[in-house]
Design a protein. Structure first.
Length: 83
């Protein structure tokens, strides 16, 4: 962990409550429909993607940069065969 990161502890219930409050605010502000769902991991991946677009590299989220790239890099294109 780099020195720029503060070590904080969050409880599972605290994170769930915060995510519920974010979703409720999105619904109330008409930014999200009732069917729109997202998880903390989705939000973290979105922020990592925005950081990469703004700074040219992924943020330091894991001890191993390869893990961060594998889990959070939503910019890469994956070739797939057509159905």
């Amino acid at each position: 962990m780099s020195s720029q990161h503060a070590i904080t502890t969050h409880t599972r219930h605290g994170v769930k409550d915060a995510m519920a409050a974010l979703r409720a605010a999105g619904h109330q502000g008409k930014m999200l429909s009732k069917d729109d769902r997202f998880t903390f991991h989705d939000l973290r991946a979105y922020c990592a993607t925005m950081h990469k677009q703004a700074h040219g590299h992924l943020p330091d989220l894991h001890k191993n940069a390869a893990v961060t790239a594998m889990v959070y890099d939503r910019n890469k294109e994956v070739e797939r065969e057509a159905l």
